[in-house]
Design a protein around this ligand. Structure first.
Ligand SMILES: N[C@@H](CCC[C@H](N)C(=O)O)C(=O)O
Length: 276
């Protein structure tokens, strides 16, 4: 099986192209290949597949074998893969996702290769039951989730996949390993949840660290950065355009007031290709 190791700000993937459909053992393959000690090592396994209604289709399996509806960093990697490997010559293309529909993507290029990628991530879903949470409110802002005697106020946002954004004093040094897994699996979140811990430094910049559903702590999360911007606007903390600074680098997120759509801009990188 041929693969390319790619990443978006250190959120890394084993990317596979050339299959016609997701293989039946994709979940087992993801667990095996994403293992950092006995496999290639990655946060997820990504398939680039043919699509009936877009230029390409993406499927992403987390390192624990669960499938995610969408992945912001992976979709930028997919765009770079198809452009750099001459599978398309379009710098504006569409990519179908499992849970966030068909997403338009624009590339800037340098030396014939994709550099920055902007993805139209669509409109955020704010209805609590649709995120999903068990809370019947729209939007879910400042609700409390209690774990091990500690209360966290959170804002719930779906970008196709579910997120809960929590404001803390120092996101960069927050104890992700203790609180992340407990929040991810809390009964308030029926499909589990990606957890973002955020510190707002100005109306245009937010530090964020993430505990991802199905993958644990990752260096970056594109959908999580979008959810953080949306939560920060809803909570009156930032403008509609802000830099979200992650452990692996910065993403630039804009929530367009007229269209209600979120635009995410950031890099994607190919590290090496191999056969396993
Ligand atoms: N890293 C991703 C999100 C990947 C999926 C996530 N773990 C989930 O299960 O929803 C991103 O960049 O958006």
């Amino acid at each position: 099986m041929e693969f390319t190791k790619m990443h978006g700000l250190g959120n890394d993937f084993v990317v596979v192209y050339g299959e016609q459909a997701l293989p039946g053992n994709a979940s087992e393959l993801a667990i095996e290949l994403c293992n950092r000690f006995f496999g290639i090592g990655a946060d997820g396994l990504v398939y680039i597949l043919p699509s009936d209604n877009a230029d390409f289709k993406m499927r992403i399996i987390n390192s624990d074998g669960s499938e995610a509806e969408q992945c912001g960093n992976a979709i930028r990697c997919v765009a770079k893969y198809v452009y750099d490997n001459r599978l398309t010559d379009k710098t504006e293309l569409t990519i179908e996702t499992l849970g966030a529909g068909v997403q338009p993507v624009k590339l800037t290029t340098e030396g014939g290769k994709a550099a920055l990628v902007t993805v139209d991530m669509g409109a955020p879903i704010l209805n609590g039951l649709d995120v999903p949470t068990t809370i019947d409110a729209n939007p879910v802002i400042g609700h409390t989730v209690s774990v091990d005697g500690r209360d966290f106020a959170f804002t719930a946002v779906s970008m196709g996949n579910p997120h809960c954004v929590i404001y803390v004093d120092d996101a960069a040094n927050f104890d992700l390993a203790t609180w992340g897994p407990k929040l991810e699996k809390h009964p308030l979140f029926p499909r589990k949840i990606n957890v973002e811990f955020a510190t707002v430094n100005s109306r245009g910049q937010v530090d964020m660290r993430v505990w991802e559903r199905g993958a644990g702590p990752t260096l970056a999360c594109g959908t999580g950065a979008c959810a953080t911007l949306v939560a920060s606007v809803l909570n009156g903390k930032t403008d509609r355009k802000a830099t979200i600074s992650l452990a692996g680098g910065d993403l630039f997120i804009e929530w367009d007031e007229t269209s209600n759509r979120i635009y995410m801009t950031g890099p994607a990188a190919a590290v090496y290709s191999g056969t396993v």
